[in-house]
Design a protein around this ligand. Sequence first.
Ligand code: FAD
Length: 595
Amino acid sequence: MRDGERADDGAKPYTQVDLSVLVVGAGAAGARTAIELAERGIDDVLVLGKRDHGDAHTTWARGGINGALGTHDPEDSWEIHAADTLNEGHFLNDPEKVEAVTQQMPDRLRELDDWGMDFSRTEDGEPDQRFFGAQSFRRTAFAGDYTGEALLNTLVEKAQQHEIPYRENVMVTKLLSDGERSHGAVGFDMDSGEMLLFNAGAVVLAAGGHAAVYSRHTSRDDENNGDGAALAHDAGAELMDMEFVQFHPTGMAVDESDPDWEPWSGRLVTEAVRGEGGRLYNSEGERFMERYSPDQMELDARDIVARAIAQEIAEGRGTENGGVYLDISHRDRTFIEERLPRMYERFSELGVDMSEEAVEVAPTSHYGMGGVRVDGDGETSVDGLYAIGETMAGVHGANRLGGNSLAETVAYGVVTGEAVAERVDGPGTVPDEVRTAIAEPHLRGLQATANRDGEYEPETLMAELRGLMWEHAGILRDEESLQAGLDRLDAVRRKAERMTVGSMQSRSFEFALDLGFMLTVSEAILRGALERTESRGAHYRTDYTDKSERWQRNICIERADLGGMELSTEPVGEPSEAVRVALDEGHELDYHQLE
Ligand SMILES: Cc1cc2nc3c(=O)[nH]c(=O)nc-3n(C[C@H](O)[C@H](O)[C@H](O)COP(=O)(O)OP(=O)(O)OC[C@H]3O[C@@H](n4cnc5c(N)ncnc54)[C@H](O)[C@@H]3O)c2cc1C
């Protein structure tokens, strides 16, 4: 590490860090990549996170992680897991990536078990597996309903054994790239304000997703705002499938005027509640999924259950707090406490006993299936820049199976870790002038953003943007509304030029940067949704309600030469023969075996 020179024109000094690999993000994807790099002998790696060590969004994952272990259902296989994933993704997934994940997962789960992950277990001591929506077999391994926390704890411990360097509370604000080749990244220390330039041989973006660009969402407000996708887009990489945003059917529906309940609005009620037998009722006491999906009932695909709930609410059969009821009170208290401990605890603290009464739920933004377009190794169209985990696109297609994103993080951590280990050999080799020519104007811009008086608070503009995304690019979309959403987004962008922002250590500074990322990602969602004139998976157009053969293509978005976004489409690949056979066998969940 060496101190950067003060630039001749007076830019604030920065610290330069030279290293082989920079991993941006310390959730499951970043941690697993770093472990793979360490195991392959690459030791000058740095993992960065915006929060304290161990506090990535992964810890919020609840219900489980998929892999065809066959604990209960030995007839399950990775090929059927791949077939379920492609079916649920409406065949917009990249089969190569789906197969890379599903084929590895039994080994990845056994590895996590060996590394000490606190899986819930069968009486024989095997990792237990539960049902999750739209999966043919019990394939979701879990640690109670705190699977993400148990996973990240295991990975962090393993990373510590390898003594992998980690730096917390650092925010990356720009990737250094000439559009063809990655040269590293810049950012700042959120505690001290120190500016940092990373000269890295390769950069792995594992910065999470973008589901929090909607007003009702399951993330924390300061996470999942699309940093990864926006950074990659700015660096010249392609985005893909941005129009596909998963609205989870069951977010908490609360009385927002009650200060005890208000912070919980939209927060996830894990699918595991339905996986363990939870039933949905409307305000008339009708188990309405019988009308929408008599075979798979509450465990049909997330898009179908979410639209069914939205329709019940829209047609006046919703609850007082704008939701429907989710009831698992037919299970006894010990069962619920054991299988859904965090859910039971959360509702108990709010005065609701799930073993006695139903809870209120409504759809909420949960996961962006789209993200950065990558090849089979996780590399973007910018040489040396990789994207994995929730930041990458390709595994989930038009809709994601619950339990598949944690699977993707660890499986792609290994794939990308291996690919990066094979290519890197120290820091970047371009002359320093090339890097500083991109970095220094940006760092000056960062300084100019801080300590500024203006008309608007960044947080207010974030709320405005989230509101318009919910209204114009939510569960039901049409051309007129999407176009109006783009116009409103432009207005927010103009207001963002007149923000009041504190010092580089302040929350308002972080939020001002977040808003920039959110504007990019939101525009990509709106443009992708406008372009896709059909309904498929999580993308539902009320003016084009059918699925169209013509749209069996991915929409890709690139930065246009003169600014703005350029859209194109690409055909989807073909599954392997083994997966084709599993698809032809037509496996599907029979919900009634649960009852
Ligand atoms: C409530 C909830 C429940 C879920 N339950 C499940 C489940 O049961 N099963 C399942 O498979 N999936 C589940 N998911 C999805 C799953 O948790 C995520 O997809 C997955 O954990 C993402 O991991 P990741 O490593 O890609 O990103 P994250 O865990 O989000 O980590 C991102 C990292 O990047 C860092 N970062 C972000 N931006 C920057 C920046 N600009 N500079 C520096 N660092 C940055 C963050 O600080 C963090 O360290 C759930 C999601 C939510 C919200």
